[in-house]
Design a protein around this ligand. Structure first.
Ligand code: 2ND
Ligand code: ZN
Length: 363
Protein backbone atom coordinates (compact mmCIF):
# COMPACT_ATOMS: atom_id res chain seq x y z
CA UNK A 1 0.00 0.00 0.00
CA UNK A 2 1.23 3.50 -0.82
CA UNK A 3 1.03 6.24 1.83
CA UNK A 4 -1.52 8.99 1.22
CA UNK A 5 1.18 11.68 1.33
CA UNK A 6 3.14 9.93 -1.43
CA UNK A 7 0.01 9.54 -3.57
CA UNK A 8 -0.76 13.18 -3.00
CA UNK A 9 2.68 14.31 -4.20
CA UNK A 10 2.72 11.96 -7.20
CA UNK A 11 1.95 13.70 -10.53
CA UNK A 12 -1.53 12.64 -11.65
CA UNK A 13 -3.51 12.89 -14.89
CA UNK A 14 -7.31 13.17 -14.97
CA UNK A 15 -9.26 12.45 -18.16
CA UNK A 16 -12.78 12.00 -16.78
CA UNK A 17 -13.99 14.65 -14.34
CA UNK A 18 -17.31 16.50 -14.68
CA UNK A 19 -17.14 20.26 -14.14
CA UNK A 20 -20.68 20.20 -12.74
CA UNK A 21 -19.78 17.27 -10.47
CA UNK A 22 -16.86 18.87 -8.69
CA UNK A 23 -18.01 22.19 -7.24
CA UNK A 24 -16.87 23.28 -3.81
CA UNK A 25 -19.91 22.97 -1.48
CA UNK A 26 -19.43 26.55 -0.27
CA UNK A 27 -19.45 27.79 -3.86
CA UNK A 28 -22.82 26.11 -4.44
CA UNK A 29 -24.16 27.80 -1.31
CA UNK A 30 -22.77 31.20 -2.40
CA UNK A 31 -24.06 30.99 -5.97
CA UNK A 32 -27.46 29.63 -4.91
CA UNK A 33 -27.81 32.59 -2.54
CA UNK A 34 -27.20 35.05 -5.37
CA UNK A 35 -29.91 33.59 -7.63
CA UNK A 36 -32.32 32.42 -4.94
CA UNK A 37 -32.02 28.72 -5.79
CA UNK A 38 -33.31 26.51 -3.00
CA UNK A 39 -30.84 23.86 -1.78
CA UNK A 40 -31.47 20.81 0.44
CA UNK A 41 -29.45 22.70 3.08
CA UNK A 42 -27.46 25.91 3.06
CA UNK A 43 -24.74 24.55 5.33
CA UNK A 44 -21.72 23.67 3.19
CA UNK A 45 -20.70 20.58 5.20
CA UNK A 46 -24.27 19.38 5.34
CA UNK A 47 -24.59 19.90 1.60
CA UNK A 48 -21.43 17.88 0.94
CA UNK A 49 -22.94 15.03 2.99
CA UNK A 50 -26.29 15.36 1.19
CA UNK A 51 -24.62 14.91 -2.23
CA UNK A 52 -22.51 11.94 -1.17
CA UNK A 53 -25.45 10.20 0.55
CA UNK A 54 -27.98 10.88 -2.20
CA UNK A 55 -25.57 9.38 -4.71
CA UNK A 56 -25.17 6.09 -2.85
CA UNK A 57 -28.42 4.59 -4.12
CA UNK A 58 -26.96 2.10 -6.60
CA UNK A 59 -28.89 3.77 -9.44
CA UNK A 60 -27.32 5.95 -12.13
CA UNK A 61 -30.64 7.72 -12.68
CA UNK A 62 -30.93 8.79 -9.00
CA UNK A 63 -27.26 9.74 -8.96
CA UNK A 64 -27.82 12.02 -11.94
CA UNK A 65 -30.78 13.75 -10.27
CA UNK A 66 -28.47 15.53 -7.82
CA UNK A 67 -26.88 17.48 -10.69
CA UNK A 68 -29.95 19.69 -10.88
CA UNK A 69 -28.52 21.71 -7.97
CA UNK A 70 -25.03 22.13 -9.40
CA UNK A 71 -26.28 22.89 -12.91
CA UNK A 72 -28.80 25.41 -11.52
CA UNK A 73 -26.04 27.57 -10.03
CA UNK A 74 -23.84 27.48 -13.18
CA UNK A 75 -25.97 29.62 -15.52
CA UNK A 76 -23.98 32.84 -15.86
CA UNK A 77 -20.52 33.61 -17.26
CA UNK A 78 -19.31 34.62 -13.78
CA UNK A 79 -20.54 31.39 -12.20
CA UNK A 80 -19.06 29.20 -14.95
CA UNK A 81 -15.76 31.04 -14.76
CA UNK A 82 -15.63 30.74 -10.97
CA UNK A 83 -16.41 27.02 -10.98
CA UNK A 84 -13.83 26.32 -13.71
CA UNK A 85 -11.14 28.35 -11.94
CA UNK A 86 -11.76 26.63 -8.59
CA UNK A 87 -11.78 23.20 -10.24
CA UNK A 88 -8.32 23.85 -11.70
CA UNK A 89 -6.96 25.12 -8.37
CA UNK A 90 -8.41 22.19 -6.40
CA UNK A 91 -6.97 19.65 -8.80
CA UNK A 92 -3.58 21.37 -8.90
CA UNK A 93 -3.51 21.30 -5.09
CA UNK A 94 -4.17 17.55 -5.30
CA UNK A 95 -1.13 17.01 -7.55
CA UNK A 96 -3.01 16.74 -10.86
CA UNK A 97 -0.78 18.02 -13.70
CA UNK A 98 -3.20 17.54 -16.61
CA UNK A 99 -7.00 17.54 -16.66
CA UNK A 100 -9.75 17.31 -19.26
CA UNK A 101 -12.90 18.59 -17.56
CA UNK A 102 -16.26 17.78 -19.17
CA UNK A 103 -19.63 19.48 -18.94
CA UNK A 104 -22.75 19.85 -21.04
CA UNK A 105 -23.15 23.42 -22.39
CA UNK A 106 -26.79 22.75 -23.39
CA UNK A 107 -27.66 22.55 -19.66
CA UNK A 108 -26.37 26.06 -18.98
CA UNK A 109 -28.68 28.20 -21.08
CA UNK A 110 -31.62 28.77 -18.73
CA UNK A 111 -30.57 32.35 -17.83
CA UNK A 112 -30.18 33.35 -21.47
CA UNK A 113 -26.56 32.44 -22.10
CA UNK A 114 -25.56 31.35 -25.61
CA UNK A 115 -23.55 28.19 -26.17
CA UNK A 116 -20.46 30.02 -27.40
CA UNK A 117 -20.51 32.41 -24.43
CA UNK A 118 -20.73 29.50 -22.01
CA UNK A 119 -17.71 27.80 -23.59
CA UNK A 120 -15.77 31.07 -23.50
CA UNK A 121 -16.58 31.55 -19.79
CA UNK A 122 -15.22 28.11 -18.93
CA UNK A 123 -12.17 28.75 -21.11
CA UNK A 124 -11.46 31.95 -19.14
CA UNK A 125 -11.89 30.17 -15.81
CA UNK A 126 -9.46 27.46 -16.90
CA UNK A 127 -6.92 30.08 -17.94
CA UNK A 128 -7.24 31.94 -14.63
CA UNK A 129 -6.87 28.72 -12.66
CA UNK A 130 -3.80 27.67 -14.64
CA UNK A 131 -2.13 31.05 -14.17
CA UNK A 132 -2.78 31.03 -10.41
CA UNK A 133 -1.68 27.43 -10.01
CA UNK A 134 1.59 28.21 -11.77
CA UNK A 135 2.28 31.08 -9.37
CA UNK A 136 1.58 28.73 -6.46
CA UNK A 137 4.19 26.28 -7.80
CA UNK A 138 1.65 23.62 -8.82
CA UNK A 139 1.45 23.97 -12.61
CA UNK A 140 -1.38 22.19 -14.39
CA UNK A 141 -2.69 22.00 -17.95
CA UNK A 142 -6.50 22.21 -18.04
CA UNK A 143 -8.75 21.66 -21.05
CA UNK A 144 -12.48 21.11 -21.53
CA UNK A 145 -14.50 18.34 -23.18
CA UNK A 146 -17.97 19.29 -24.40
CA UNK A 147 -20.66 16.77 -23.49
CA UNK A 148 -24.03 16.27 -25.18
CA UNK A 149 -26.81 14.70 -23.11
CA UNK A 150 -27.81 11.36 -24.61
CA UNK A 151 -31.55 11.75 -23.92
CA UNK A 152 -31.63 15.16 -25.68
CA UNK A 153 -31.41 16.08 -29.33
CA UNK A 154 -28.68 18.73 -29.36
CA UNK A 155 -25.73 16.42 -29.95
CA UNK A 156 -24.99 17.64 -33.47
CA UNK A 157 -25.04 21.27 -32.31
CA UNK A 158 -22.67 20.46 -29.45
CA UNK A 159 -20.38 18.58 -31.81
CA UNK A 160 -20.22 21.68 -34.02
CA UNK A 161 -19.54 23.79 -30.93
CA UNK A 162 -16.66 21.51 -29.94
CA UNK A 163 -15.05 21.77 -33.38
CA UNK A 164 -15.61 25.54 -33.52
CA UNK A 165 -13.72 25.99 -30.23
CA UNK A 166 -11.10 23.28 -30.71
CA UNK A 167 -8.29 25.83 -30.67
CA UNK A 168 -9.58 27.38 -27.44
CA UNK A 169 -8.91 24.61 -24.95
CA UNK A 170 -11.72 22.29 -26.16
CA UNK A 171 -10.11 18.86 -26.33
CA UNK A 172 -13.00 16.67 -27.45
CA UNK A 173 -16.64 15.60 -27.49
CA UNK A 174 -18.57 13.25 -25.16
CA UNK A 175 -22.08 12.01 -24.52
CA UNK A 176 -23.39 11.40 -20.98
CA UNK A 177 -26.61 10.90 -19.04
CA UNK A 178 -28.77 7.84 -18.44
CA UNK A 179 -27.42 4.98 -20.57
CA UNK A 180 -30.19 2.36 -20.63
CA UNK A 181 -32.59 3.17 -23.47
CA UNK A 182 -30.31 5.79 -25.00
CA UNK A 183 -27.76 4.00 -27.21
CA UNK A 184 -24.92 6.12 -28.58
CA UNK A 185 -26.07 5.48 -32.16
CA UNK A 186 -28.96 7.93 -31.52
CA UNK A 187 -26.31 10.57 -32.13
CA UNK A 188 -24.52 9.16 -35.15
CA UNK A 189 -24.67 12.43 -37.07
CA UNK A 190 -22.83 14.18 -34.24
CA UNK A 191 -20.07 11.58 -34.14
CA UNK A 192 -19.87 11.63 -37.93
CA UNK A 193 -19.39 15.40 -37.82
CA UNK A 194 -16.56 15.09 -35.30
CA UNK A 195 -14.88 12.35 -37.36
CA UNK A 196 -15.14 14.29 -40.63
CA UNK A 197 -13.43 17.17 -38.87
CA UNK A 198 -10.69 15.02 -37.34
CA UNK A 199 -11.91 15.66 -33.79
CA UNK A 200 -11.75 13.42 -30.72
CA UNK A 201 -14.55 11.38 -29.14
CA UNK A 202 -15.09 9.80 -25.76
CA UNK A 203 -18.40 8.12 -24.94
CA UNK A 204 -19.90 7.10 -21.59
CA UNK A 205 -20.54 3.42 -22.30
CA UNK A 206 -20.59 0.14 -20.41
CA UNK A 207 -21.50 1.79 -17.11
CA UNK A 208 -25.22 1.16 -16.55
CA UNK A 209 -25.62 -0.95 -19.69
CA UNK A 210 -23.52 -3.70 -21.17
CA UNK A 211 -21.62 -4.86 -24.22
CA UNK A 212 -24.00 -3.61 -26.95
CA UNK A 213 -23.44 -0.05 -25.74
CA UNK A 214 -19.67 -0.49 -25.77
CA UNK A 215 -19.76 -2.14 -29.20
CA UNK A 216 -21.83 0.70 -30.70
CA UNK A 217 -19.59 3.33 -29.10
CA UNK A 218 -16.39 1.83 -30.48
CA UNK A 219 -17.45 0.27 -33.78
CA UNK A 220 -20.31 2.50 -34.97
CA UNK A 221 -19.61 5.85 -33.32
CA UNK A 222 -15.82 5.84 -33.51
CA UNK A 223 -15.07 6.46 -29.83
CA UNK A 224 -11.39 7.12 -29.22
CA UNK A 225 -11.90 6.43 -25.50
CA UNK A 226 -14.61 4.86 -23.34
CA UNK A 227 -16.08 6.57 -20.28
CA UNK A 228 -16.10 3.78 -17.66
CA UNK A 229 -16.28 0.76 -19.99
CA UNK A 230 -16.46 -1.51 -16.92
CA UNK A 231 -18.82 -3.95 -18.60
CA UNK A 232 -16.16 -4.98 -21.10
CA UNK A 233 -15.49 -7.56 -18.39
CA UNK A 234 -18.70 -9.32 -19.60
CA UNK A 235 -16.78 -10.31 -22.75
CA UNK A 236 -14.05 -12.00 -20.76
CA UNK A 237 -14.40 -15.55 -19.42
CA UNK A 238 -12.18 -16.59 -16.56
CA UNK A 239 -12.08 -20.14 -15.24
CA UNK A 240 -9.18 -21.03 -13.00
CA UNK A 241 -6.10 -19.65 -14.69
CA UNK A 242 -7.71 -19.80 -18.13
CA UNK A 243 -8.70 -16.41 -19.55
CA UNK A 244 -10.68 -16.13 -22.78
CA UNK A 245 -11.34 -12.77 -24.45
CA UNK A 246 -14.31 -12.34 -26.79
CA UNK A 247 -13.87 -10.48 -30.08
CA UNK A 248 -14.96 -7.11 -28.69
CA UNK A 249 -12.73 -7.27 -25.61
CA UNK A 250 -9.84 -8.40 -27.83
CA UNK A 251 -10.40 -5.51 -30.20
CA UNK A 252 -10.47 -2.99 -27.34
CA UNK A 253 -7.26 -4.38 -25.90
CA UNK A 254 -5.53 -4.70 -29.27
CA UNK A 255 -6.19 -1.19 -30.52
CA UNK A 256 -5.52 0.20 -27.03
CA UNK A 257 -8.91 1.87 -26.50
CA UNK A 258 -8.41 3.74 -23.21
CA UNK A 259 -10.90 2.89 -20.45
CA UNK A 260 -11.68 5.88 -18.21
CA UNK A 261 -12.46 3.97 -15.02
CA UNK A 262 -14.00 5.76 -12.04
CA UNK A 263 -13.94 3.33 -9.09
CA UNK A 264 -15.90 5.24 -6.41
CA UNK A 265 -18.54 6.43 -8.86
CA UNK A 266 -18.98 2.89 -10.18
CA UNK A 267 -19.72 1.60 -6.67
CA UNK A 268 -22.24 4.40 -6.05
CA UNK A 269 -24.18 3.80 -9.27
CA UNK A 270 -24.14 0.03 -8.81
CA UNK A 271 -21.91 -0.68 -11.82
CA UNK A 272 -19.72 -2.71 -9.43
CA UNK A 273 -20.41 -4.09 -5.95
CA UNK A 274 -17.30 -2.71 -4.22
CA UNK A 275 -13.84 -1.38 -4.97
CA UNK A 276 -12.43 -4.84 -4.26
CA UNK A 277 -14.77 -6.26 -6.94
CA UNK A 278 -13.85 -3.61 -9.52
CA UNK A 279 -12.73 -5.18 -12.83
CA UNK A 280 -9.94 -2.62 -13.09
CA UNK A 281 -7.56 -5.05 -11.43
CA UNK A 282 -8.08 -7.90 -13.88
CA UNK A 283 -8.26 -5.53 -16.85
CA UNK A 284 -4.93 -4.00 -15.84
CA UNK A 285 -3.40 -7.46 -15.42
CA UNK A 286 -4.61 -8.38 -18.91
CA UNK A 287 -2.94 -5.29 -20.37
CA UNK A 288 -5.96 -3.13 -21.20
CA UNK A 289 -5.23 0.60 -21.42
CA UNK A 290 -6.89 1.40 -18.08
CA UNK A 291 -6.88 4.84 -16.46
CA UNK A 292 -8.17 6.01 -13.06
CA UNK A 293 -10.52 8.96 -12.75
CA UNK A 294 -12.75 10.78 -10.27
CA UNK A 295 -15.93 11.25 -12.39
CA UNK A 296 -17.65 13.54 -9.85
CA UNK A 297 -15.58 14.61 -6.88
CA UNK A 298 -18.51 16.22 -5.09
CA UNK A 299 -20.92 13.30 -5.51
CA UNK A 300 -18.27 10.75 -4.56
CA UNK A 301 -16.56 12.91 -1.93
CA UNK A 302 -13.29 12.03 -3.59
CA UNK A 303 -10.05 13.25 -5.18
CA UNK A 304 -7.50 11.61 -7.46
CA UNK A 305 -5.36 10.92 -4.38
CA UNK A 306 -8.33 9.25 -2.71
CA UNK A 307 -9.14 7.08 -5.76
CA UNK A 308 -5.56 5.82 -5.88
CA UNK A 309 -5.58 5.30 -2.13
CA UNK A 310 -8.69 3.14 -2.36
CA UNK A 311 -7.19 1.05 -5.18
CA UNK A 312 -3.91 0.77 -3.36
CA UNK A 313 -5.80 -0.46 -0.25
CA UNK A 314 -7.92 -2.96 -2.15
CA UNK A 315 -5.28 -4.38 -4.49
CA UNK A 316 -2.02 -3.59 -2.70
CA UNK A 317 -1.00 -1.37 -5.59
CA UNK A 318 2.53 0.01 -5.36
CA UNK A 319 3.82 3.35 -6.59
CA UNK A 320 5.02 1.65 -9.79
CA UNK A 321 1.39 0.64 -10.49
CA UNK A 322 0.20 4.22 -9.94
CA UNK A 323 2.93 5.39 -12.31
CA UNK A 324 1.76 2.90 -14.97
CA UNK A 325 -1.85 4.06 -14.64
CA UNK A 326 -0.72 7.69 -14.91
CA UNK A 327 1.35 7.02 -18.02
CA UNK A 328 -1.66 5.24 -19.54
CA UNK A 329 -3.73 8.35 -18.87
CA UNK A 330 -1.36 10.89 -20.36
CA UNK A 331 -0.79 8.69 -23.42
CA UNK A 332 -4.58 8.69 -23.88
CA UNK A 333 -5.09 12.45 -23.52
CA UNK A 334 -6.69 14.39 -26.38
CA UNK A 335 -3.72 16.75 -26.61
CA UNK A 336 -0.96 16.98 -29.20
CA UNK A 337 1.52 14.11 -29.12
CA UNK A 338 4.57 16.37 -28.54
CA UNK A 339 2.81 18.02 -25.56
CA UNK A 340 2.11 14.61 -24.04
CA UNK A 341 5.71 13.53 -24.53
CA UNK A 342 6.93 16.74 -22.90
CA UNK A 343 4.71 16.15 -19.84
CA UNK A 344 5.89 12.55 -19.61
CA UNK A 345 9.59 13.40 -19.85
CA UNK A 346 9.66 16.69 -17.93
CA UNK A 347 7.03 16.17 -15.25
CA UNK A 348 5.65 12.66 -14.80
CA UNK A 349 8.73 10.47 -15.07
CA UNK A 350 10.95 12.76 -12.94
CA UNK A 351 8.13 13.15 -10.37
CA UNK A 352 7.81 9.40 -9.87
CA UNK A 353 11.58 8.92 -9.99
CA UNK A 354 12.04 11.28 -7.04
CA UNK A 355 9.32 9.54 -5.03
CA UNK A 356 10.62 6.05 -5.84
CA UNK A 357 14.15 7.06 -4.75
CA UNK A 358 12.77 8.48 -1.50
CA UNK A 359 10.89 5.26 -0.83
CA UNK A 360 14.05 3.24 -1.58
CA UNK A 361 16.07 5.28 0.87
CA UNK A 362 13.54 4.93 3.64
CA UNK A 363 13.15 1.16 3.10
O1 2ND B 1 -21.12 8.69 -14.57
C1 2ND B 1 -21.88 9.34 -15.29
N1 2ND B 1 -22.61 8.70 -16.24
C2 2ND B 1 -23.44 9.35 -17.09
N2 2ND B 1 -23.64 10.67 -17.01
C3 2ND B 1 -22.97 11.35 -16.07
C4 2ND B 1 -22.08 10.74 -15.18
N3 2ND B 1 -21.59 11.68 -14.36
C5 2ND B 1 -22.14 12.85 -14.72
N4 2ND B 1 -22.99 12.65 -15.75
C6 2ND B 1 -23.83 13.65 -16.42
C7 2ND B 1 -24.48 14.63 -15.46
C8 2ND B 1 -23.90 15.95 -15.83
O2 2ND B 1 -24.84 17.00 -15.71
C9 2ND B 1 -23.48 15.76 -17.27
C10 2ND B 1 -22.46 16.72 -17.81
O3 2ND B 1 -21.32 16.82 -17.01
O4 2ND B 1 -23.00 14.42 -17.29
ZN1 ZN C 1 -18.84 10.55 -16.18
Amino acid sequence: MVARDVLHRAPKVLLHDHLDGGLRPQTIVDLAGVIGHELPTSDADGLARWFAESCNSGSLELYLETFRHTVAVMQTPDALRRVAREMVLDLAADGVVYVESRWAPEQHLTAGLELDQAVAAVRDGLAEGMAEARVKGTPIVARQILTAMRHASSAREIAELAIRHRDERVAGFDIAGAEAGYPPTRHLDAFDYIKRNNGYITIHAGEAFGLPSIWEAVQLCGANRLGHGVRVIDDITISGDQVQLGRLASYIRNVRVPLEMCPSSNVQTGAVASIADHPIRILAQLGFRVTVNTDNRLMSNTTMTREFERLSDAFDYQLSDIRWLTLNAIKSAFSPHPDRLALIENVIKPGYQTLLEELDQSA
